[in-house]
Design a protein around this ligand. Structure first.
Ligand code: WTA
Length: 635
């Protein structure tokens, strides 16, 4: 039995048992056999969830890019590492071999060094889904710089907050990007953001759309001429197992975004191991994950996990609807994609289009389908299974988080029998528990509760950049001694897990995590807004959409409500990004509050969900009378 790949259900149970009974032995075997180390570890694991402090493979020395690139040169030098499919179907795809990728990463790494970037420096990457995005990520890792990729759909304000939070020294961006029929001027967004940032010394600009962009003397540099001068050899920086590899921001239910810090060795071992098992990758497979590298899914399962396995990973610049809704299926046919990994929101949007977009293409290359980012509803699961997988491709419903670094709960295809809407069983090394509201572990089967994890796994985030106390408070205080996920879940009679959704004030819209607090703060910046509250309500395609309740100042009551709604959404788009715009905005005279002044979101949520018959006891509210008004005028 291979330590690395699980081949059937019996093996899964054996491996899982071993991973729980002797976790250190289990992970040491995985790490030993499949990776390049400069020095072996002294200790596999030390941990204390009360601090919290977690260290994996302490004392080991390595560089993750040697594991993703150098070691494949001998046997896979000519194999395609990155298969780039551009936005425009008429532009040729690019097949970047492992050798070419190695050289391009080294050149880029040498440019970073020449620009004064070294180990431990933070580099912000704000790029569209073009090969340079993956290359710049790897170039940072090559020299030990910490990358902080910011999704290129975020606004200049959101970008500035993230650059400042981790004091980035450099920003890597492009002259613009293509998204479907649109051209987006990324450089201007960066310029606007940098008016608020004092730590950035250099901006490297990739050419993508051949646009004229303003270049600030001394700060902004075109990448290509620098690459032309650079050597294609760059020795990898030898990193400690626990040196930070990257920061990736995720929304919290309150306050500023949280810069989750992931470290080197544990992240590498876990993402490589889970990629191999969850996608059962075989040598000639063409694997496609449709996420953006700006999210954790792209970090772990477009870049690091696949490349650490010597896989061919497809990178798609475009959107599912351009030039028409057949685009995904056309790409599957064109490149004979074997594993296809996407989000429920995309599946629901695709399922609404006519079947002619699917039927036009040959999808017989597909072997495994994946989903991630939010609960998949029954209807979407069956559509995916019947029309895309034609009933012969297992669906891996993968549950995980930015914080977890890798997939924690998922079927292993061809081993674990799947069940619609269930993420099924924990992967080896993962020990989930369900907790009740009093903080007791809920035992047994056919139960539900809050999902927590009671033992460390190698790719868990180690801290929040610059704020370890917030890390402790957010994840380790609800249930002392356990990592709290923020999700609710149920465990059925067979022990399968189904994730039911967030139990905190994070709302997942089209697979994007949005915290209510920053959106409310954006709305409240409007000069005639007095106060606001946001809740989620079910949406056919997006999963959830946002419903805002807004109290106006007297000056606002004279204004045209529809014009105000537009202004409020423009503010949100400017502060956060278009993904956070509200679908419904109701102007109200008050918000239901407890006597201590806390907004009762539970009530607002019920009203937005049209479920206001049974609101429970509202007599203890400070202002029960507003509830009736809100119900009467609901949208
Ligand atoms: C949700 C994405 C149900 C969940 C990798 C989690 C899911 C949050 C699933 C993390 C799934 C992710 N089923 N819910 N298969 N996968 N989620 O940080 O609420 O962007 O806490 O990481 O997405 O979102 P994040």
């Amino acid at each position: 039995m291979s330590t690395f790949q699980i081949k059937n259900l019996e093996e899964y149970f054996q491996v899982y048992r071993k991973s729980v009974e002797t976790p250190e032995l289990f992970w040491a075997e995985v790490a030993e056999e499949h990776f390049l180390w400069h020095k072996r570890w002294d200790k596999v694991l030390s941990w204390d969830f009360s601090k919290p402090e977690v260290k994996w493979f302490e004392g080991a020395k390595l560089n993750i890019t040697e594991n993703c690139l150098d070691r494949h040169l001998l046997n896979r030098g000519d194999k395609t590492a990155i298969l780039f499919e551009p936005n425009d179907p008429n532009e040729p795809a690019q097949h970047i071999s492992y050798r070419e990728l190695y050289e391009r990463v080294n050149k880029f790494a040498n440019v970073l060094k020449a620009q004064g970037i070294g180990k431990g420096d933070r580099v912000c990457i704000y790029l569209p889904m073009i090969p340079e995005l993956a290359i710049s990520v790897l170039a940072c890792a090559r020299i030990g710089a910490i990358h902080s990729v910011v999704f290129a759909g975020f606004s200049s304000t959101a970008l500035a907050t993230r650059i400042n939070d981790s004091d980035c020294k450099m920003v890597i961006t492009s002259d613009g990007s293509y998204r479907g029929g649109k051209v987006i001027d990324l450089k201007t967004i960066v310029d606007e953001a940098l008016e608020e940032c004092s730590t950035v010394e250099t901006v490297l600009v990739v050419r993508r759309i051949q646009a004229e962009v303003p270049m600030k003397e001394g700060r902004d540099k075109w990448l290509q001429p620098l690459l032309d001068e650079a050597s294609s050899e760059c020795a990898a920086e030898v990193m400690d197992a626990e040196d930070p590899l990257f920061i990736l921001y995720t929304s919290g239910s309150t306050g500023r975004p949280k810069g989750m810090v992931h470290t080197t060795a544990g992240y590498m071992v876990y993402t490589a191991y889970t990629f191999k098992n969850v996608f059962q990758y075989e040598e000639d497979d063409i694997y496609w994950c449709t996420a953006d590298i700006g999210w954790i899914t792209g970090h772990s399962y477009i870049v690091y996990g696949p490349l650490a396995n010597g896989a061919t990973t497809l990178m798609f610049e475009g959107v599912p609807s351009y030039p028409d809704w057949g685009r995904f299926w056309q790409v599957v046919e064109k490149h004979k994609v074997t594993q296809f990994y996407t989000a429920p929101t995309a599946i629901r949007a695709l399922a609404r289009q006519g079947m002619e977009y699917v039927e036009k293409y040959d999808l017989s290359s597909l072997k495994i389908l994946g989903t991630v980012g939010e609960p998949i509803n029954d209807e979407a699961w069956h559509w995916y299974n019947n029309h895309i997988g034609k009933g012969r491709c297992p669906i891996v419903d993968t549950w995980w988080q930015t914080e977890t670094g890798g997939i924690l709960i998922s079927p292993i295809p061809f081993s674990t029998p799947t069940k619609p809407t269930f993420a099924t069983l924990p992967l080896p090394g993962v020990q989930p528990v369900l907790m009740d509201e009093e903080g007791r572990e809920v035992q047994g089967r056919s139960v539900s509760g809050r999902l927590a994890i009671k033992f460390p796994w190698p790719s868990m985030a180690r801290t929040i950049w610059g704020n370890h106390e917030r890390y402790r408070e957010t994840y380790f205080s609800a249930f002392p001694g356990k990592y709290f996920t923020g999700d609710g879940a149920l465990r059925d009679a067979e022990g399968y897990y189904r994730i039911t959704g967030r139990v905190d004030d994070v709302i997942i819209v089209s697979g994007h995590n949005l915290g209510t607090a920053p959106i409310e703060a954006a709305i409240n910046e409007h000069p005639v807004v007095a106060e606001s509250a946001i809740v989620g309500f079910p949406h056919e395609i997006k999963g959830n959409a946002l419903y805002g309740y807004v109290i106006l100042k007297p000056a606002g009551e004279e204004l045209d409500p529809n014009a105000l709604r537009k202004e409020i959404n423009a503010l949100i788009a400017g502060q956060i990004g278009p993904i956070a715009k509200l679908d419904k905005i109701q102007f109200v005279s008050g918000l239901p509050k407890t006597r201590s002044g806390k907004i009762m979101r539970r009530i607002l949520r019920k009203i937005a969900n049209n479920d206001f018959e049974n609101l429970g006891d509202i007599s203890t509210l400070l202002n029960p009378e507003v509830v009736e008004e809100i119900i009467k005028n609901r949208l």
